[in-house]
Each structure stands twice: as C-alpha cells, then as structure tokens.
Design a protein around this ligand. Structure first.
Ligand SMILES: C[S@@+](CC[C@H](N)C(=O)[O-])C[C@H]1O[C@@H](n2cnc3c(N)ncnc32)[C@H](O)[C@@H]1O
Length: 375
C-alpha cells in the first residue's frame, strides 16, 4: 500500500495531546511540530485520523515538495501531480497559498498560478476544467512556499474538525470542541472519576468527555473532503465507520455533571448532548457555581471554562464570581483535581488557588492559560 505523508493541525499548545492521539492510531514516522503533528501511513490512515482525532483541526495530505524560485518552477511542480485522482474535471477547487522568506512571495499570484497548472492539466485530459469555489470546493489545495521550496498539500477534512455535527445550541461563548477535548486530556482525567463542569454553557466539555469515555469517534456525525475525491472507496470507508459505531461503549456508572446558572444554557446543552448520542451519561442542572458544593471526598475532576470578560460578562463583576468559586473549591473540594481555562490573569488570581501549574493554550485568537493541579 502506498505510503503517504500527513500533517494534522491543532491549536497552539495542544501539540503534545495531539501527538498522543496520533500515536494511538498506530501510524508511522510520527513527529510533533509547532501547530501540529506529522505522520505517515496509507490513505486509510488519513481517514482514520479524520474520524478519530479529537484535538486536530484538519488533516492535510502532503502531495509534493519541490524547488520553486519562480512561477515556471511552480507551474511545472504542480503539474507533476496527477490531479485526476483528486478532483473531477467538472468539479470545483480552491487554492490557499502562504509564502515566507521566499523569492516568489505574492500569495494571490502563487494561488492563481497553482490553480492554472491544475486546471490546465485537467482540461488537457478531459476538455473541461473545474471551477473555482472558495466556500465549498470539492478539493482544497494548500501551497506553502518557504526559502524557495514549495510544499503542496490537500485538505482531507473539509470543514474544520471542531465541527463534529452535534452542535444544535451555541450558548454564549462556546469552546471549540477540539479545544474542549484538549482540556479534558490535559486535566489528566482517568475516565473513571466523576467529572464536573460548573460553568458548562452549551456543554462542550462534558459532551467531549462523555464521547471520550464512551469511545465515540468524534467524526461519526459528519462528512469529510476525501469522500468527494474520484475513486474514493466508499465501501471501505463505510466499513470503517460501522466498526467505529460498533466500538461505542457508553459508560453506565460514570458521573459526568454539567451545570450553569442559566436555564437556557442547560436546555441547549441537553439538545447538544442528545444530538451527540451521549445524553444518557451526562447529568445537566441549573446551578450557581458560586455555591458549588459537590460531594466531599469524591476525588472528582473539575474541568471548566468560566467566563473571562472577553466575550461574556464584565471582568470586574466576574472577579467576585471567581473569588467565591475559588473559595468553594478550597473549602469543599479538597483533593479534587482542577483544570480551568481562563483568558484573564487577574481573574485567575482571584481564585486564590496555590501551587497550580499553568499551561498556555490558544482559544481562537486569544491567549489563555489552563490552570491545573490538585486543590
Ligand atoms: C465561557 S462560558 C462557557 C462555555 C462553555 N465551555 C461552552 O462550550 O459552551 C461561561 C458560562 O458560565 C456561565 N456562568 C457565569 N456565571 C455563572 C455562575 N455564577 N454560575 C454558573 N454558571 C455561570 C455562563 O452562563 C456561561 O454559560
């Protein structure tokens, strides 16, 4: 079977988590890099990566690397690929270009020239050429130039992998599903102890935790770009998805509890959990986190993302919430493990938790810290 090179991208800070996930896929030549993880495998391994990786944002298939100091080298290099394998002549495509420290540095021109090379090749074979479609192309090509070398990749995912297909309700400032999965992993949760999110909003953290514990593949409810490629082996892909469905084992005794003080958020979280197929293993209640009082001696994990003033609420008002929540943690949750994502250092101070470790994570464009440790 032909060996391909893939690159799974992720939010900055989650590379070690993604690295562990890729290792679990049992692929080859795994290498952690800034912003993602490289690996090698058969085309099917790329499918499995899309289906199973919880923290990856997209999976790129690296097609070619070549010297590229000018537009002619670019054109020739792109034409070396047999594009009939990836897009029908009457299909659609989009090209994204990036350039750094390179002679050919006009990204719009690079994208245009790459597109020309692809469509000229297909027209020469078939007499028709694909259209450009920026929004929903059959094929998205990435071309990356660095120091006069080009790397050509295909996006195998399509829509960002944080779009699992279960979200019905947004809440106010939902975490990306990929980041929520990353936080659950970074909390060190063992999938057995109770997991609590007292600021659960639309339920992203508790839903991702339940999917992890129940071995639910995060990609089962959506489609991927590679399904549109000509020659895609739909039967083999269906078999893989069926096997993933058969591997689901929702935990019965596990306690995963989300709460929020807004009833509307809890209703939305319920809808989301039902759509994700994990409603049976999540408890959702309306409750004020300032009065957080879980069962003592429970050895639970508190994994949460309180508001931090950037998008929800005002930082000054929130300081009191953090102070009171921190106090509840210190007085009622001795021995619990906490993993709390916040984008505001002053608010983190207000928690009054000592001896906590801090992990830098990026939430969209916002630098955040995951405060974690034992209370
Ligand atoms: C940043 S959002 C959490 C988003 C959530 N992680 C998601 O993915 O949807 C913070 C949530 O905390 C809730 N909240 C704010 N103050 C609260 C309090 N005192 N008790 C409980 N929930 C509170 C808000 O209603 C909001 O839904």
């Amino acid at each position: 079977m032909a060996e391909h090179e893939f690159f799974a991208t992720c939010a900055r800070g989650l590379e070690p988590v993604l690295h562990d996930e890729v290792r679990a896929l049992r692929v080859r030549r795994i290498e952690q890099q800034v912003g993602g993880v490289r690996f090698a495998g058969a085309l099917e391994d790329g499918w499995r990566a899309n289906l199973w990786l919880r923290t990856a944002i997209r999976v790129l298939l690296r097609l070619a690397r070549f010297a590229c100091a000018d537009q002619d080298e670019l054109y020739r290099g792109v034409q070396q690929v047999d594009w009939r394998r990836f897009v029908r002549p009457d299909g659609s495509l989009a090209v994204d270009a990036q350039a750094r420290e390179t002679r050919l540095d006009h990204t719009m021109f690079i994208a245009q020239r790459t597109k020309d090379a692809i469509v000229d090749q297909l027209r020469a074979h078939a007499g028709v050429r694909p259209d450009v479609d920026r929004d929903d192309p059959d094929l998205r090509v990435h071309v990356h130039l660095w120091r006069d070398r080009a790397t050509l990749s295909l996006d195998t995912s399509g829509e960002s992998l944080h779009k699992r297909g279960w979200r019905r309700s947004q809440g106010r400032a939902p975490l990306a599903e990929t980041l929520a999965a990353g936080i659950v992993a970074l909390s060190g949760w063992d999938r057995r102890a109770p997991l609590l999110d007292p600021f659960c909003g639309s339920g992203t953290i508790v839903i991702e935790a339940a999917m992890l514990a129940g071995n639910v593949a995060p990609g089962l409810l959506r489609t991927f770009a590679f399904e549109r490629w000509p020659g895609h082996d739909a039967r083999a892909w269906t078999k893989l998805c069926e096997a993933a469905r058969g591997a689901i084992a929702l935990p019965r005794k596990l306690r995963i509890i989300g709460s929020d003080w807004e009833a509307e958020r809890i209703a939305g979280a319920r809808e989301n959990a039902a759509a994700a197929g994990v409603a049976a293993c999540i408890e959702l209640d309306v409750a004020d986190a300032r009065k957080f009082a879980p069962r003592p001696g429970w050895n639970a994990f508190v994994v949460t993302n309180p508001p931090y003033g950037e998008r929800v609420g005002d930082a000054r008002e929130l300081e009191a919430t953090y102070r009171q929540f921190g106090e509840r943690l210190r007085t009622s949750c001795g021995g619990y493990r906490v993993a709390l994502l916040s984008g505001n250092p002053a608010l983190r101070q207000a928690l009054g938790l000592v001896g906590m470790e801090s992990v830098e994570l990026w939430n969209g464009g916002l630098e955040c810290e995951l405060v974690r440790g034992v209370v």
